[in-house]
Design a protein around this ligand. Sequence first.
Ligand SMILES: [Zn+2]
Length: 195
Amino acid sequence: MEANVLFWATSIMNFTYSFIYHFLQNSSKRLPFEIPEIRFVRAGVAIVHDQTTGPTTLKCSISRTYLIEERINESKDGFFKFINNGSAVPLDMTRKDARELSEFLAFTQHVQFYKTKGAVYLSDLQGSMQLLTDPQIMTSPLIGEGAEIFGDGNVPSAFNSFPEQHCCNHICRWFELPELAASVASDARSVISNS
Ligand SMILES: [Zn+2]
C-alpha cells in the first residue's frame, strides 16, 4: 500500500509540475520567484524468500517484505513536516526556506484540487527541502463510496473542509488559480456523480 501511495503521489506531483510548466510557457509574465524542485523519494518493494529444500523440489516462501526508499539524509538536509493531513494550513516554520517551500506545497494542493475538480490532493507533506516521503492521498468521500482507496489517514472531514481551510498565497495568485469555495466541492459532486 505504501509503495502504491508513493507511486501515485509521484504521478500527481508530476502532473502538478506539468501544469506549472504549461502555464509558464503560455504566460508573458515574468516569474518573480523560483519554483522549488521537489519530488517524492523513489521506492520499491523487496521480498525475502525462505528456501526449503525438499527431497525433490525447491520450495520458496515469502518470509519478509520491505519497503525500500531512497534515503533522506536528515542530519545533513533536515526533516520538516510542511503540511499535515488533518489541515490545509501549512505548519509554522522558523526557517525561511522551509516556510517558502511549505507555501509552494500549499499551492500544489490547490492545483491538484482545482485540476481534478475537487477529487484529489496530496497531503501529509514531509521530508527534506528536496525529497518528500510518506504522503497521504486525500480523495473525495464521494469517490468509491468513501472506500479507503489509498489507505488509512484519508480524513473525510479534512477533505471536505479543504476549500475553506486553504488560504491562497502569492504563488496561487500568480498562477491565477481561482479562489476555492464551496462551489468547487459541489462541482466535484456533479462531476463524480455524472461519471
Ligand atoms: Zn490557493
